[in-house]
Design a protein around this ligand. Structure first.
Ligand code: PMP
Length: 354
């Protein structure tokens, strides 16, 4: 730390992204990326003219892409906000709507407390139930910005829509953010509730089901006034935060919407097969509606499984939080990658005498 840093940030503990190692070729099951490339239309979307046009700023309103998303999700113009990945939107959300503090589950996406601390938003956390499901009653009526992913991370457990609605309805004077990063892998989206609740913001990303994590594109759907608030903050930081190439690729992805939905179904089928195989090997794991599994084995420590998998060329995610030290989060890859992972796991179980 230099002596020039604003004291406000001196104690800030930054988010730790999953490893992106370059030392060797791993089977990469640690950051919930898609194992499949984006739709063929996305791969073919960019022309030499697009590259030449990089001399020009991007459209700060993302007009063409917003129009497509408006149609796709059946919302009104003015109800879509675009940004540089959904992390960017979550950041704006804590900045914009956290005046009375924030509440989120105790076990969830570990970026939420970082955003809260960054913006001086006091937060409380609500413990999950014993079975890792969200404590809906505990999240209701807090009188604060309320944030949760559906499905939750890193558990993969989804909340039924009526329970999502119960949380939104119980916080009418504060924004409720439903982070739907993983919604396309089997959960119900809260988008239909937007007609009824002006305090609801649904945050989505191109990073997971649409296979475009590297393009950095996220969007939020909400009432016009909520979107205007987010726009105000975006235009006060970086109006061009979605670049020209990404805007174009984002449109091509909407045009081939069926492609990624089919890939999501493949990932869900691979997930179910992998879950079954892991259970047969003695692992315990909640039913996941996401593109990852949250797994523990009674005879192998979480850290050991992580380390030994890495030694054998498979990266999975282990978290430092002592409450979940026994667990690992495993992203669903291709069927071949999951077979390779399961073979490595079997070897480790033998080595550990499990
Ligand atoms: N929300 C959740 C729950 C996530 O796991 C992630 C991925 N790390 C994000 C949001 C952010 O994704 P992105 O910024 O790539 O859109």
């Amino acid at each position: 730390m230099s002596r020039f840093l604003h004291p406000q940030y001196a104690g800030l503990e930054a988010y730790t992204p999953g490893e992106q190692p370059r030392d060797r070729q791993y089977i990469k099951l640690n950051t919930n990326e898609s194992p499949y490339p984006p739709a063929p239309a996305v791969l073919a979307a960019l022309t030499e003219q697009d590259l030449a046009d990089l001399r020009l700023y991007s459209d700060p309103e993302g007009t063409a892409l917003r129009a497509k998303l408006t149609e796709l999700y059946g919302v009104e113009p003015g109800q879509v906000f675009l940004s540089n990945g959904s992390d960017d939107i979550l950041n704006f959300t804590f900045m914009a709507f956290g005046a009375d503090g924030a509440v989120f589950p105790a076990l969830t996406y570990s970026f939420y407390p970082v955003f809260a601390n960054l913006h001086g938003v006091a937060y409380e956390t609500v413990p999950l139930r014993e079975d890792f499901t969200l404590d809906v009653a505990g999240m209701q009526g807090k009188g604060k910005l309320t944030v949760f992913p559906n499905p939750n991370a890193p558990t993969g457990i989804a909340l039924p829509l009526d329970q999502v609605e119960a949380i939104v309805a119980a916080n009418p004077d504060h924004v409720v953010v439903v982070d739907e990063a993983y919604v396309d892998f089997g959960a119900d989206s809260a988008v239909p509730l937007l007609q009824k609740y002006e305090n609801l913001l649904v945050v989505m990303t191109y990073s997971k089901s649409r296979s475009m994590a590297g393009a950095r594109l996220g969007f939020a759907l909400g009432s016009r006034t909520l979107i205007q608030d987010l726009e105000k903050l975006k235009y006060s930081t970086n109006p061009y935060n979605v670049n020209r190439l990404t805007l174009k690729l984002g449109q091509a992805a909407v045009d081939s919407d069926g492609y990624f939905r089919e890939k999501a179904r493949e990932i869900m089928a691979t997930r179910e097969k992998t879950a079954q195989a892991l259970r047969a090997l003695g692992f315990t794991l909640p039913d996941s509606q996401a593109n990852f599994l949250f797994v523990t084995h009674p005879k192998v420590a979480g850290e050991t499984l992580y380390r030994k998998c890495k030694e054998k060329g498979v990266l999975i995610r282990h978290f430092s939080d002592p409450a979940i030290a026994a667990y690992n989060r495993v992203t669903i890859g291709t069927p071949a990658e999951m077979e390779a992972f399961l073979a490595v796991v079997q070897t480790i179980l033998k080595e550990e005498g499990a």
